[in-house]
Design a protein around this ligand. Structure first.
Ligand code: PAF
Length: 281
């Protein structure tokens, strides 16, 4: 029978659990819990890279605005540990908010570049500062040789990749492709918020991304393709935050295929749920 992972809740306990491991032996999968098959894909990829897979579970308050869902964000601890046990994960790093951010905590990482691309940052201005701060802390706490991030949060992936390079952090950021439901909806912990009707409408995002990417690849004008895509998404009942073509690495604006490699990114709200997704062109 698989063994339940060790749960470390303080930095000294984490360090003790990892005392005999070299950096190159450790792959970190940072999560906020509510684990789904997208997280399991990260764990499986991590296992191919390193002997020790550490999964962090920490719902990071600094990446939520006061108006957002920190209080109601899904917390499924028992189910998460059962999934990680089944995957033979031996160590879970689960600090409390006080351990991560003691009362006198006063230092933040303030990313620019891709973090100011006018995509997620435009709608969630606090978000990447919180993510970059907590990920930098996770990297210095766990000291992994690898950290795995899903491509679903594409701007986050670009921001963290840049931060690791800029701060000379000695680890490799490994991107992992988005895991999708059969109808194309990208797996997300927030999908549980969708009502039956909203869930039925949700695949329009991936459908639109895929058809827009094909049209752009075929040489159609990007602005026209995106305008059509925006209409399709609105007709399905979403309020669109953005549907944009960007440079895949810098996330800078583009006007033609020649400005590429390109990535299409979307964020849209239905009811009280906000979904994001992206594809390569
Ligand atoms: O993608 C997430 O779940 C979070 O943003 C992360 C990377 C674990 C940081 O809190």
């Amino acid at each position: 029978m698989a063994r339940r992972p060790t749960i470390a809740r303080t930095v000294p306990a984490l360090r003790r659990a990892l005392a005999k491991a070299d950096r190159g032996d450790i792959a970190l999968v940072p999560t906020m819990g509510a684990l789904h098959d997208g997280h399991i894909a990260l764990v499986r990829r991590a296992r191919r890279l390193a002997r020790r897979v550490v999964v962090s579970i920490f719902v990071n308050p600094t990446q939520f605005a006061p108006s957002e869902d920190l209080g109601t964000y899904p917390r499924t601890w028992a189910a998460d540990i059962a999934k990680l046990t089944a995957e033979n994960v031996s160590l879970v790093w689960a600090p409390t908010a006080d351990v991560m951010y003691p009362e006198d905590f006063a230092t933040r990482v303030d990313p620019a570049g891709a973090a100011k691309a006018g995509l997620e940052d435009k709608f969630r201005p606090h978000f990447f500062g919180g993510v970059a701060t907590v990920c930098t802390k996770l990297f210095t706490q766990v000291e992994p040789g690898f950290a795995l991030f899903g491509e679903k949060d594409y701007q986050q992936l670009r921001v963290i990749t840049q931060a690791v390079r800029d701060l000379d952090l000695p680890l490799r950021i490994v991107p992992v492709p988005t895991v999708r439901e059969k109808d194309g909806l990208a797996l997300s912990s927030r999908n549980v918020y969708l009502s039956t009707d909203e869930r039925a409408a949700a695949p329009v995002l991936y459908r639109t991304l895929k058809s827009s990417a094909s049209r752009i690849k075929a040489g159609e004008v990007i602005a026209k393709v995106l305008a059509d895509g925006a209409n399709d998404i609105a007709r399905a009942g979403f309020v669109l935050d953005y549907l944009e073509a960007r440079h895949a690495r810098t996330l800078a604006s583009v006007t033609s295929r020649d400005d590429g490699p390109l990535r299409l990114l979307v964020a849209a709200r239905i009811g009280t749920t906000r979904l994001i997704d992206n594809v390569a062109v």
